[in-house]
Design a protein around this ligand. Structure first.
Ligand code: HEM
Length: 90
């Protein structure tokens, strides 16, 4: 269940920003370079959430520390995807 939540958190912002960028475009083959900006936006959002949860650790360590760690790993994973797409496709 936790893993499901974790993966959903990764996919939703990516899907929403890709859909927003693709809006109005005709359907052709999928171009992965279109994921660069959504991946960057997602990285930024995750970084902001990681910072916020890091600051909240002193309020309630039991709840916020595990989430700070999870979000930190997601942030790093998204940053790696974002940078890899740029280096490979741009
Ligand atoms: C305002 C920014 C941040 C604050 C105030 C903050 C605060 C903290 C605190 C209080 C801990 C717990 C340390 C402990 O008692 O063991 C922690 C752990 C951690 N932070 Fe942050 N953090 C911030 C940003 C980040 C960022 C940007 C990342 C990475 C993307 C990150 C990754 C981690 C990780 C992986 C741990 C766990 C280390 C372990 O397993 O012991 N933090 N942070």
């Amino acid at each position: 269940m936790k893993r499901f939540l974790f993966i959903t958190m990764l996919i939703i912002p990516l899907a929403v920003s890709t859909a927003a960028l693709a809006h109005g475009e005709e359907h052709s083959h999928f171009d992965f370079s279109r994921l660069i900006i959504p991946a960057g936006i997602t990285t930024f959002i995750f970084m902001f959430l990681t910072l916020t949860l890091g600051l909240l650790i002193k309020k309630n360590r039991k709840i916020f520390f595990p989430w700070h760690r999870r979000l930190a790993f997601l942030t790093i994973a998204m940053a790696v995807i974002h940078v890899s797409l740029i280096l490979l496709l741009h």
